[in-house]
Design a protein around this ligand. Sequence first.
Ligand SMILES: [Cu+2]
Length: 153
Amino acid sequence: MTRSFAAAVLLLFATALTGCASSAAAPAYDTPVLKVTGAYVRQPPTADMAAGYFTVTNTGRQPDRLTGVSSDDATSVTMHRTTAQNWMEPVKAFTIPAGGRLVLRTGGDHLMLMGFGKKPTVGETITLRLRFAASDSITVRAPVKPTTYLPSN
Ligand SMILES: [Cu+2]
């Protein structure tokens, strides 16, 4: 193999790789694109249990599902929905529609966190790791808010 032939082959490979990279990036257009905002944990009366809330906005063209949440600060995190009878029940996943959002809020869908080492108090943050069916997981730090706090969204 001559030196110039080798260089030409290398150049071909480089071009092919560049082509690959850009074609792999293009489908981002056709996937869920998620952003988590407004996360907070309501300061609980005891260390036993606290509720957590956040909004997941999906600006992508595909829906996704929130399939689980975990925390370094609590031994158990479950996802709950509130029923018409004002009971709550665990759910396996929440849907995040394409071009839409999933809103966890007081009196609706929420997280139930249990097993804190100590009672979370205002000023602290709780780490929440959100796992999705399609997207990479997202970790947020949710501030602990007073019981009187109401988000603006
Ligand atoms: Cu609950």
